[in-house]
Design a protein around this ligand. Structure first.
Ligand SMILES: [Zn+2]
Ligand SMILES: [Zn+2]
Length: 267
């Protein structure tokens, strides 16, 4: 069965005409998991024919606006559609304020469905969810506010070798990261900047495409997928060029693309 990652958005702090804010959907054997929920997420879901009803969980990396401002709209639409099953939000502490604001602002006593905040907090690599198709672990990133990457491991079917996807945004490079995502089949890693803006990357605790590629190389991942591009660049192809100089098996996460996770042949 294919393991797919669909890109809903690849912009960073500001959107462009082409790029929406960061969000992805991971499809694992009939289950869909939302990864981040930037503004416009529900529009992209609609455009790509992915039903919000098929999503039971979102994994939020951190509480910067470009990763969470799609949530109120998505929750409101789910309510209008009379969703009944719970919606789980795995997110760092602080998410409860947004959920509380959502209820205060709408003046609703209740939602048509339970909204459950599962706080994500810890050191090193720790488990946040164990489902029937996937196990999910989290690990801290380096970004100035509490930020977490996620590691999704397929639950094996019979004797098949389980595949894995790591999702790392936003973060500056740090030594432990390559160890934590070692050998994954697909590494999604932010690449907000190009080489010429290394200073900005360091200042705002982001990565350049080359730094993301360096982490992929050290970790021996199968494929590197870059996203979270700064709106300052008119042409995103330079991200690919600079990353491929370090790690040739690199692709760009652009809206609407569906990446079937290939097996890592290096492990
Ligand atoms: Zn961001
Ligand atoms: Zn951020």
């Amino acid at each position: 069965m294919p393991l797919n990652l669909t890109s809903l958005g690849c912009a960073s702090a500001l959107p462009t005409k082409e790029n929406f804010f960061t969000a992805h959907v991971l499809h694992v054997r009939g289950r869909s998991f939302l990864l981040d929920c930037g503004e416009g997420t529900q529009l992209r879901l609609k455009q790509l024919g992915i039903s919000s009803g098929s999503i039971d969980r979102v994994f939020i990396t951190h509480l910067h606006a470009d990763h969470v401002f799609g949530l109120p709209g998505l929750l409101s639409s789910m309510h209008l559609l009379e969703r009944k099953k719970p919606f789980y939000i795995h997110a760092p502490a602080g998410m409860e304020k947004m959920i509380s604001f959502y209820f205060d602002f709408l003046g609703r006593e209740d939602s048509s469905f339970p909204i459950v905040h599962e706080p994500v907090e810890g050191d090193g690599v720790f488990t946040v969810f164990e489902g029937d198709t996937v196990h999910v672990q989290a690990f801290p990133l380096y970004h100035g506010i509490p930020s977490y990457g996620y590691l999704f491991k397929e639950v094996p079917v019979r004797k098949s070798c389980p595949r894995s996807v790591a999702y790392c945004t936003d973060t500056a490079p740090f030594p432990e990261l390559a160890t934590w995502v070692k050998g994954v089949d697909l590494l999604f890693h932010e690449a907000t900047y190009l080489d010429e803006d290394l200073e900005a990357a360091e200042k705002y605790k982001h990565s350049t495409a080359r730094q993301a590629a360096q982490t992929a190389l050290e970790a021996g991942v199968g494929t590197l997928l870059l996203g979270h591009f700064s709106s300052r660049y008119k042409d995103n192809s330079a991200f690919l060029e600079q990353a491929r100089e370090v790690f040739p098996n690199t692709e760009l996460s652009t809206e609407g693309c569906v990446f079937t996770v290939p097996r890592n042949e290096n492990v």
